[in-house]
Ligand binder design. Sequence first.
Ligand code: FE2
Length: 316
Amino acid sequence: MKDLYWRAISIDSIDPDYFPSVPLFMKTAGNYVLYKDAERKFSSADRSRMDRTGTEFMYVRSGDMSEISTYLENSLKDMLTRDDLDSERKGRILYQTSINYLVDAFEAPEEASNLERCRQLVQHMMSYLSNEPHALKSVGSVVEHNLYIFSHSVQVAALNLLAHEKLFQVHPDELIDVGIGSMLHDYGMIFVTNDILNKPDALSDVEYYKIKQHTQKGYEYLKDSGRFGDMSLTIVRHHHERYDGNGYPTGMKGDQIPRSAQLSAMCDMYSALTLDRAYRKAVSHQEAIKAMRTEAGAFNASLLGNFVELVTAQKE
Ligand SMILES: [Fe+2]
């Protein structure tokens, strides 16, 4: 994860006048070309130029990311309440900020400052989701420019927050833990090597076994840090359990599986299907729902029905 030299920044999160003075690059025919140096501010004229040319992303060196993340996280609340930005742009800024955060968090999730950043992000995400009726539409457009796992984590967090609030009426305090657990649900993947994670062909039994360990390993690591609530840890550990008992790591079945984990499993599968992967292209909303319904016995049928209804309403 550490060799991410170039990081894509959505144009939407580059606010003229406020954006920190770091060099910005453009990608041209596979090369990164300096657009402006640290001395010059990104102006409104630059912004109009990007809009005119349909440029969606600029690139920064990963060493400049901490300055940018601090700026984005500090200004997120203001950006989300501004009247001159539409819902979609706010969604993209939130998504970008969350992904920047996750890249850091995956290196040291137990650090108190990272956990506090996560808590604040989840709070912003919650207020965005509750104020924007079709918020989920906007969560997802930055996907192809970032590693799958981070995009997926942010999408699962947004889905899971919404689903827990609407279907279980979970108290806001507990929702924070749902958000944190969802952001980090695949944290254990850092224990799986990249050649397995990015393998385009079918996995061998041994490789699949290693992938499956991400639930238990992530859980143990985060639990040992002593900083995470039970709800967060439950999501990390049990998001691959299946209603019929064919999941992992414990193989528990039916309503023995905590309801939060059942819902997380649905969010996880839905998100995994609707994002591009190394071995296949993303499928549409309708196809994802169909695939989930076809997984006979994997989910509690009535909960799945409620989930489908909720996500479908968001898509309309
Ligand atoms: Fe997972």
